[in-house]
Write a protein that binds this ligand. Structure first.
Ligand code: Q0N
Length: 321
C-alpha cells in the first residue's frame, strides 16, 4: 500500500515520494550478507567474511519487482520482474562480451534472491551516467528543439519525436541521489570528471553497446530508443573499464514496439504502457498533475505488465522464461 505522506508535507517533493514507499520496503534479511544500498529498483548487499566483515571485492546486486511510473512507485509489485530483467541483463552481457568486460562473477546466490540476484565484482564506479540515444525523444528532443544539437552533436534539421538518429549520440548526465533528477553534463564536464582518455572510451563504449543492442533487437521487433549504462574501473590496478549494473533492460532503456513506431508523436512504452494508460484512463481518472499518490494497480494491469517483460525477454533471447 502507499503510505499517507507526513502532514507537514502536504505537497510531496520527489524525494518524499520515494520515501513514502521506501519505509514500507525494508531490505531483506540475508544471512551472510549486509545491506549497503537501495536504489529505485535494485538493492546492493555485501557478502560477509568469516569474521563478519563486509567483503571488499564482491557485491550482491538484487533486482526487485518494483515498478515506477510518472515518478511514483507502483503498488503492488510486478511478479517475476526482477528475475526476468536479471536474466535479460545476463544474456546481454554475453552478447556484448567482445565489446566490453562486465562485473558478473556468479549467479550462485541465496535462495531468497535466486534468479534475481547476481554476485558481482566491486568496482570503483564512475560518477557519470553514461547515456546514449539512438532515437530522439524526452530530454534529447527538448535540447534539439532549442539548439538543433544534443550534447554538442549537431543533428539534421526536421527531426521529430521518435526520429531515428543517423548514429547513436552520447548524452551523459550527473548521478543524482535517489528521488532527484540527473542533469545533462557537457563534454568538458565529463572530461574534467573522468579525464580525457576515460571520457572518450566511455562515450565510444556506450554508443557501441546501444548500436549492438539495436542490431540485435530490431530483428526481434523491439527498438531501443536510448539506454543508460554504468561503468566502473577495476580496482585491481589493471584499470580498464568494466560494464556494471544492469544492461539493455526496459528499466535502463526505452524499449519501443517496432511495429508501432511512428515518428511525430510520443511512442508507446513496451513495458509501461498498460500502467500509464490505466492510470490516466477514465476507468480510474488519476490526475497525476494534482500531486496525490496513484491508486493500487488492478490485477489485470499487473498481469499484462508482467507479460510484457516476459515477452521482451522471450523475443530478444529466443528463450522461454
Ligand atoms: C554500484 N551502484 C549504483 C543498484 C545499482 N559492481 C559494482 N561495484 C561497486 N559498486 C556498484 C557496482 C554495481 N553494479 C552501483 N551503486 C553501487 C547503481 N545502482 C543503481 C541502483 O541500484
Amino acid at each position: 500500500m502507499t503510505l499517507p505522506l507526513p502532514p507537514e508535507r502536504p505537497v510531496p517533493d520527489r524525494l518524499a515520494r520515494w520515501q513514502a514507499v521506501r519505509v514500507t520496503d525494508l531490505p531483506l534479511e540475508l544471512p551472510g550478507y549486509t545491506h549497503v544500498y537501495s536504489g529505485k529498483v535494485r538493492d546492493l548487499y555485501a557478502p560477509l567474511d568469516a569474521e563478519g566483515r563486509p567483503d571488499e571485492e564482491r557485491l550482491l546486486l538484487v533486482a526487485s519487482n518494483r515498478l515506477s511510473a510518472y515518478d511514483w512507485m507502483m503498488s503492488p509489485e510486478i511478479p517475476d520482474k526482477g528475475a526476468v530483467l536479471t536474466r535479460l541483463s545476463l544474456w546481454w552481457f554475453d552478447q556484448l562480451a567482445d565489446l566490453v568486460p562486465n562485473h558478473v562473477v556468479s549467479t550462485d546466490v541465496p535462495d531468497a534472491v535466486a534468479g534475481r540476484g547476481v554476485l558481482v565484482r566491486r568496482l570503483d564506479m564512475l560518477k557519470v551516467e553514461a547515456i546514449a540515444r539512438a532515437y530522439l525523444t524526452g530530454g534529447g528532443l527538448e535540447e534539439y528543439r532549442e539548439k538543433g544539437s544534443v550534447s554538442g552533436v549537431v543533428l539534421p534539421e526536421g527531426l521529430v519525436d521518435g526520429s531515428r538518429l543517423p548514429e547513436p549520440v552520447f548524452t551523459p548526465t550527473t548521478k543524482a541521489p535517489v528521488g532527484e533528477h540527473d542533469l545533462p553534463m557537457a563534454p568538458d564536464e565529463v572530461e574534467a570528471e573522468l579525464g580525457v582518455e576515460v571520457a572518450a572510451e566511455v562515450s565510444r563504449l556506450t554508443r557501441a553497446i546501444l548500436a549492438r543492442g539495436n542490431e540485435i533487437a530490431a530483428e526481434r521487433g523491439i527498438l531501443i530508443a536510448d539506454t543508460k549504462v554504468e561503468f566502473g574501473l577495476s580496482p585491481d590496478g589493471t584499470g580498464g573499464l568494466v560494464l556494471a549494473d544492469e544492461v539493455l533492460t526496459p528499466d535502463s532503456s526505452r524499449f519501443w514496439p517496432a511495429e508501432q513506431w511512428e515518428p511525430g508523436h510520443p511512442q508507446p512504452s513496451y513495458d509501461k504502457q498498460f500502467v500509464r494508460d490505466w492510470l490516466t484512463s477514465s476507468e480510474y481518472g488519476w490526475d497525476r498533475k494534482a500531486g496525490g499518490p496513484p491508486p493500487e494497480l488492478p490485477g489485470h494491469v499487473v498481469e499484462q505488465t508482467r507479460a510484457k517483460y516476459v515477452e521482451a525477454y522471450e523475443r530478444l533471447t529466443g528463450e522461454t522464461f
